[in-house]
Each structure stands twice: as structure tokens, then as C-alpha cells.
Design a protein around this ligand. Structure first.
Ligand SMILES: Nc1nc2c(ncn2[C@@H]2O[C@H](COP(=O)(O)OP(=O)(O)O)[C@@H](O)[C@H]2O)c(=O)[nH]1
Ligand SMILES: [Mg+2]
Length: 283
């Protein structure tokens, strides 16, 4: 029998009302290692290097992917599985990156999986001691997909350094579920899984609030959006695709022109409804 995960009570800094990590019910989880068959959902772990992605991955799957305190440990994606409340989840540990612009192999692996792999949820693992820097990647992921959970990890380190993270207000600001964890001492992991379960089954709403398009790009982006939406009506990330095209991203251009993106995002709803319903908010 697979071992159960013993989670500690969640660590919260203050004012947790509305925080997704506050449900006192603990979950029974099973680590499934590399038993990937029959998974109901695919969950991606993205984040900057050294934020604890692989530690979260190992805690949930029972596997022992190498962790380390220097960048570049996860060079290819690793896969494992866990079960919770009758559902099986495939977890994909992506390489650590600061961006998703595919400027390096790591960035391309991470970016391609979040976009083309269409995970049911992407967990962005962030470092509570360097949150501002980590939000850059968080916003990039939220440009591509609305199915996001933000994991504020290393919360024990933050506490030790006297850094107080206001989870509830961060959640409000981002428009996505935010959970505080300390993955190494196994704290907050069940709340993280609960948030992921809510996103994948649609009971937890995700309405990412994204930064506005830079002024100098606004006119051209507004002209491109209808064309992109016409080519891929169900695409939740038309604006992000426009940004990539402006930057001359060959891979995205090809995916658009060959119909690869359209095949990934078929729609069964009226075009106008589907396009507007899934578009994240730019505030
Ligand atoms: N104190 C503390 N250390 C952590 C936590 N999560 C991960 N670590 C440590 O941070 C380092 C980097 O973790 P790793 O999982 O390899 O990060 P990755 O590069 O994002 O995959 C390792 O030494 C981990 O043991 C945490 O929540 N608290
Ligand atoms: Mg890693």
C-alpha cells in the first residue's frame, strides 16, 4: 500500500479569510510513483529555478527526483502520479525558468508544455522570499492559461526572514487561487491539492488579472486579436500569441499557420461567446 501523506496544519501569515488554503479538512492522498496510466487530470509544475517544484513533485508522487539549491536541476520534464478523493493526477515537473519566451531549451520545454500540452491545471511554484521577481513568470503563465494555482512556497524561509506574505490580498490581486506551502517540511500540500482539484473540476474560479498591454503595442495588438481569434476561436491566450508574433516567435507562428493551435482549441460553442468567455482580464 502506498504511504499516506501526513500534512501539518497550513502555515498562514495573517488575515486568511477567503484564502483557498484555509479549509481545515485534511485530505487522504496516495503517492502513485510512476503509475501514470488511467490518470484523470494532468497537472504541470512551473516556476523559477529553486522555488521547490521538485520538492513538491517528490512529496506528492513519492518519487525522488533530484533537488538542489542551484538552478538548472530539472533539465527535462519528469512525470509522476498521485491520487486524491478518487481522482488520479499526473504531475509534470517542468524545468525552472524565469520566462516562457523560449530563449533557451528549458524555457521551450516549459512553454511548450503549458501551451501545447494543455494541462488541466498549471501550478506556478513561487519563492515567498522573492515574490516580486517570481510574479513575472506567474503573469506569463496566466497569459497562456486561466487554469492556474499559485503556490507560494518556502513560506517557512520567509517567516524566518521576517517576510510576511498576505495570501488573501495576493489572491485578490492576481485573480487566481493562491496557497502558502513549505514543501520541504510538508506543510500546506493538502491545501495545494485541494485548490488544484477545485480548478480542474471548475468549482474554484480563476479569473487572472493581467497587466495591460504596453502602450506602444496596443494598436497593433488590437488589430491582430480578431485575426488570431478567427483562426483559433477557442484560444484562451490570443493576446499572448499576438505578443509572440510581434516578437517574431517562429514556433508560435508555425503553430498558428499550420492549424496546430486550432486543433488544440476546438470549440463547440458559438464563436463570439467562446472567445470572449475565455479571454483573461487585462486591467
Ligand atoms: N526551507 C525550505 N526549503 C525548501 C522548500 N522547498 C524546497 N526547499 C529546498 O530548496 C532547494 C531547491 O528545491 P527544488 O525542489 O530542487 O527546487 P526546483 O529547482 O524549483 O525544483 C532544495 O534544497 C529544497 O530542499 C521549503 O518549502 N522550505
Ligand atoms: Mg527541479
Amino acid at each position: 500500500m502506498s504511504p499516506k501523506i501526513n500534512t501539518q496544519p497550513p502555515i498562514h501569515s495573517r488575515n486568511c479569510s477567503g484564502c483557498t488554503a484555509c479549509d481545515p479538512n485534511t485530505l487522504t492522498m496516495q503517492r502513485l510513483g510512476i503509475k501514470l496510466d488511467g490518470c484523470d487530470y494532468v497537472i504541470a509544475l512551473a516556476g523559477n529555478p529553486n522555488t521547490g517544484k521538485t520538492t513538491v513533485f517528490n512529496t506528492l508522487t513519492g518519487l525522488r527526483q533530484h533537488t538542489g539549491n542551484w538552478p538548472g536541476k530539472t533539465v527535462a520534464r519528469a512525470e509522476g502520479a498521485f491520487a486524491c478523493q478518487g481522482k488520479r493526477y499526473k504531475l509534470v515537473d517542468l524545468p525552472g525558468t524565469y520566462s516562457l519566451l523560449s530563449a533557451s531549451v528549458d524555457e521551450e520545454v516549459a512553454r511548450d508544455f503549458v501551451l501545447f500540452g494543455k494541462p488541466d491545471c498549471t501550478v506556478v511554484v513561487t519563492d515567498a522570499t522573492a515574490l516580486e521577481r517570481n510574479l513575472n513568470l506567474t503573469y506569463q503563465v496566466m497569459e497562456i492559461t486561466t487554469k492556474v494555482v499559485v503556490c507560494v512556497n518556502l513560506i517557512d524561509e520567509a517567516k524566518r526572514k521576517g517576510i510576511d506574505v498576505d495570501i488573501a490580498s495576493l489572491q485578490k490581486q492576481l485573480g487566481a487561487p493562491v496557497v502558502a506551502t513549505a514543501a520541504r517540511p510538508n506543510q500546506g500540500i493538502d491545501q495545494l491539492v485541494q485548490a488544484v482539484a477545485g480548478v480542474v473540476d471548475g468549482t474554484l474560479s480563476c479569473n487572472p488579472k493581467l497587466p495591460p498591454t504596453p502602450k506602444k503595442m496596443q494598436a497593433i495588438v488590437e488589430r491582430m486579436l480578431p485575426m488570431i481569434k478567427q483562426m483559433v476561436p477557442g484560444l484562451p491566450s490570443a493576446r499572448w500569441v499576438a505578443y509572440r508574433l510581434i516578437e517574431g516567435d517562429h514556433r508560435i507562428r508555425q503553430a498558428l499557420l499550420t492549424g496546430e493551435l486550432a486543433a488544440l482549441y476546438p470549440i463547440s460553442l458559438p464563436v463570439t461567446w467562446a472567445a470572449s468567455a475565455q479571454e483573461p482580464k487585462h486591467v
